[in-house]
Design a protein around this ligand. Structure first.
Ligand code: GLN
Length: 495
């Protein structure tokens, strides 16, 4: 017999189990990412441009592997096994980074760095898509609590990000390169905790309202063990791609293109789709394209914006100098505080019949993103060398970016959910992930154009424009986000 399901508030207890698991995992992901570029530049002695591209390659692949992990989970492993294997792989990955940071700067530390990130990329592929899809499975099809459940889950993501980022900034980003290891150790422990919590509670709490256990390995799945043999292959592949892309020639961008064409072909070659289905799917592709411009600018946070906070910004508050990496936390804080507010605004507008349509909300998200960088442009305009910028500008930027995220990210996800024909639901979610992968790759590339005052190399060039100052650099994002916002707004009626 199963225990009663709704004893905790009005949501099934399984939601809180997934909340806790995802919170620890996001602690680990965002906590590590927060200090990554600083570790790469200050301990591993990479230059900023290389570290930026490396960061972009890593985060891009993190969004690409869920395509494979989701597929293996659906066919062979089920959610539970995938989450556990993914969680453990990510934990070992973080401990490998810990080992790398203990001997930073040596040739061996470089290999450990690649190996650790490779394990986290593969692990995330198994973890992330499965944990997100389990949230919805806890409820019956028409349950109205589903939206609220995903909002609560999004809070867990950002709570984890907040705690993780705070801890890794304080113990890792201290000014002593040797201390970065403590950040990675903390992330490894967090990942072990997340996996342990999940395994402690999965049998008790992960079932449908009718009591059917969720996420089990499909009974007829013969190749369960065989898939384990695939892991080293996948790992070697990821390592090769990461290494090739960062060291020699761009591999990830063409890979993303191939994935997009393959998915498009799988979907559009299906003759059973109705005209309305095809239109819905086209909307998903179009919206995903615009989303690339959003995340590419937004994900500067752990890259160029952290370089900026580190070198160009006055971080002293009450006589204490804050670590540069801690400012990324503002995003999690603003999201947790702002999510209920934004929901209230939509409901209030809805009551008056003036709630904007989803593409309009997403265009607003892009416009807020442009506004954030515009504020930053005021801060760095005619900057005198040696003078540091007030932190006000970065705080305002994160405020506007978080507001933009709340207009775009949850809305986009649910739009994909609503428009996708059931048989292509996961594949179209993959298109959304693919947009994230492309955006993160682009984010790394854009951050590599950060004008480093200390660099002796010629100014970076983008489409013929020389980026000679921080003003130029941030203006690129103002223009790209504003143009994307304008275009999306113009076509929103048709969408
Ligand atoms: N912050 C959210 C998460 O970590 C969404 C990120 C994204 O879609 N790029 O899950």
């Amino acid at each position: 017999p199963l225990p009663p399901q709704t004893a905790s508030g009005s949501h099934p207890r399984g939601l809180y189990l997934l909340f806790a698991t995802e919170m620890w995992e996001r602690f680990s992901y965002y906590g590590m990412r927060a200090v990554l570029v600083l570790f790469l530049t200050k301990a591993m002695m990479m230059d900023k441009a290389f570290a930026s591209k490396f960061y972009g390659g890593y985060t891009s692949l993190v969004y690409l592997t869920p395509l494979i992990g989701g597929f293996i989970s659906d066919r062979y492993w089920g959610n539970r096994r995938s989450i556990t294997v993914g969680g453990l792989l990510m934990a070992v990955g973080q401990f490998t980074l810990f080992a790398a940071a203990n001997i930073y700067g040596t040739p061996a530390s470089h290999w450990l760095l690649y190996a650790g990130l490779g394990m986290m990329i593969v692990g995330n592929g198994f973890f992330k898509p499965n944990i997100s899809s389990m949230v919805g499975s806890l409820y019956s099809a028409g349950d109205t609590r589903k939206d609220a459940a995903y909002t609560i889950f999004y809070m867990g993501i950002n709570l984890g990000s907040f705690i993780g980022n705070t801890i890794t900034s304080l113990i890792g980003d201290t000014g002593h390169p040797g201390d970065f290891r403590w950040a990675f150790l903390a992330c490894g422990i967090a990942m072990v905790l997340g996996t342990a919590v999940f395994n402690w509670g999965k049998g008790k709490y992960l079932h449908t309202p009718e009591g059917v256990q969720l996420g089990l390995t499909p009974a007829h799945s013969g190749g369960v063990k065989g898939i384990f043999a695939l892991l080293p292959v996948l790992f070697a592949l990821v390592l090769g791609i990461l290494w090739l892309d960062s060291a020699m020639f761009p591999t990830i961008a063409p890979l993303l293109g191939i994935a997009l064409v393959a998915i498009g072909f799988m979907i559009f070659s299906d003759k059973s789709l109705t005209g309305a289905d095809v239109q819905g799917i086209m909307v998903i592709f179009i919206v995903s394209f615009f989303v690339v411009f959003f995340w590419a600018a937004f994900e500067q946070a752990p890259a160029s914006l952290t370089f900026f906070a580190d070198e160009q910004m006055d971080r002293t508050i009450f006589g204490y100098e804050l670590p540069a990496s801690i400012f990324q936390n503002l995003n999690a804080i603003f999201v947790v505080a702002g999510a209920p507010l934004v929901a209230l605004v939509w409901t209030a507008l809805g009551k008056r019949g003036t709630e904007p349509a989803s593409p309009v909300k997403m265009a607003m998200g892009l416009a807020l993103l442009a506004a954030g960088y515009l504020v930053m442009c005021f801060g760095v305009h005619n900057l005198v060398p040696g003078v540091k910028v007030s932190m006000f500008f970065l705080v305002a930027l994160y405020f506007l970016h978080s507001a933009g995220e709340l207009c775009l990210s949850p809305i986009g996800m649910s739009l994909v959910n609503k428009l996708a024909p059931v048989k292509f639901a996961s594949l179209l979610m993959a298109v959304w992930f693919l947009a994230n992968a492309a955006a993160n790759y682009l984010a790394g590339y854009m951050s590599s154009l950060y004008p480093d005052p200390k660099s002796t190399k010629p100014a970076p060039v983008l489409l013929g424009f020389h980026i000679t100052s921080l003003y130029d650099f941030f203006m690129v994002f103002v223009v790209s986000a504003a143009v994307a916002a304008g275009l999306l707004f113009l076509i929103s009626g048709r969408l």
